[in-house]
Design a protein around this ligand. Sequence first.
Ligand SMILES: [Zn+2]
Length: 273
Amino acid sequence: MIIDAHIHCSGRRKDDMLRPYAKLNGLRYDLEELLERMESNGVGRGLLLSPPMAGGEPLPNSEVVRLCERSGDALFPVFTVEPEKGAVKEALRLAGKHRGSVKAFKVWLGYRKVFARDEVFAPLYDYAEEHDLPVLFHTGDTATSTGSLTHAHPLTLDEVANERDGLKIVVCHMGNPWILDTAELLYKHPNVFADISGLMVGGGGYSEEYARTLARRISEAVYYAGGAEKIVFGTDYPVETHESGLSLVSLLAVSQLDKERILWRNASRLYSI
Ligand SMILES: [Zn+2]
């Protein structure tokens, strides 16, 4: 049973900023469609993260919980944590209330121009370590041209990984295009993981060549890190469809066992789902 470790959905909200991606991919982009598509693609479980809404705020974490509750045990919440003292406190309060069901936290870096090492996140990391909950970081390309790549570069996570070897860090989107930098983090730090979500975006010229390039780079990262024990599958739905995400995995030049690790074994262990 495949696990999609990176999904967004707001229900049917019109002010969801990921709607243009849904349109591009021909998706209706609501909970019912998501669950149908998961089922038809053999995806049994998934992690649900806030999408950005008009105005730039993430969908409230309480809404993410509500959507997961409607999913019939298919979706588990990940709480997005804004770089503000009150927001960190509130996210941790809500995590305490939903202990057992919340599976991780998510931090936006380049969209908020904040470094992962910022002191504001110290209580979050303490809590995450204590409760063995991974923290996902958006890394690599930002979807908007105003995002900060300086803050979103995967190597900015090295410092946090050095200081907190008990914190499970997930490098989202494999740090694309800095996939080899992410491979170094995977190799160097036992506590660093990565997801391959949201990489198969758009169409246009060279899309087949691009898919092959991505597959080669991810495969090279596996060779460099010496295995695929810490790489997890995700779609970033609606940014990527399940079909195209799974086709990327099929293109990887790694063993069948490593594909299984990527598709579900690693996520099952990492997120206890
Ligand atoms: Zn995402």
